[in-house]
Design a protein. Structure first.
Length: 165
């Protein structure tokens, strides 16, 4: 009976130093290209998140006004400084009319600036869902991020956004 022995080289396991260095060099090149793209993606995501928060609350306030048949206000927490957050207030049909806080949004995150073109500190919806005036917001991430989102509330109460990127 003749059994053949398998020959196993003693150094056939693992990687050589050159193979590891080439792999590290390729990884470093890929990371150097991917990191700036990821940073821009993260900034756009923060901008979109805060815009969607405001858009969602505007739509919620309008729907609440129509559903309850009362006046509903979306009011800035800090005068005309919308970065400080906002509150949704509902007028209750009591005598005298009282307001109830329905929802509060705290300070926005991530160096986001929200400016309203007319300097208004509130958006008012009537019982039919109409807004008191045309309201235009500009939402930007500062500093050094050129893209912004324009958010508009028409007199009919519909809110829409227009992205620049």
């Amino acid at each position: 009976m003749n059994k053949s022995k398998r020959y196993i080289r003693p150094y056939a396991h693992g990687f050589t130093l050159i193979e590891l260095l080439v792999t590290l060099a390729i990884t470093a090149i890929l990371v150097s290209y991917g990191l700036p793209a990821y940073n821009e993606f993260a900034q756009r995501q923060t901008l979109s998140t805060e815009t969607n928060n405001l858009l969602s609350d505007l739509n919620f306030a309008r729907n609440l006004a129509v559903d309850k048949g009362t006046k509903v206000l979306l009011v800035s927490n800090n005068g005309s400084d919308w970065e400080g957050g906002w509150s949704i207030l509902q007028n209750l049909p009591t005598n005298p009319v009282t307001t109830q806080t329905v929802r509060v949004k705290q300070k926005v995150s991530g160096n986001i600036t929200i400016t309203e073109s007319g300097g208004l500190d509130r958006v008012t919806y009537d019982s039919q869902g109409g807004a008191s005036a045309l309201v235009s917001f500009t939402i930007q991430k500062t500093p050094d991020f050129p893209n912004f989102i324009a958010l508009t509330v028409s007199p009919s109460g519909l809110a829409s956004s227009n992205r620049t990127y």
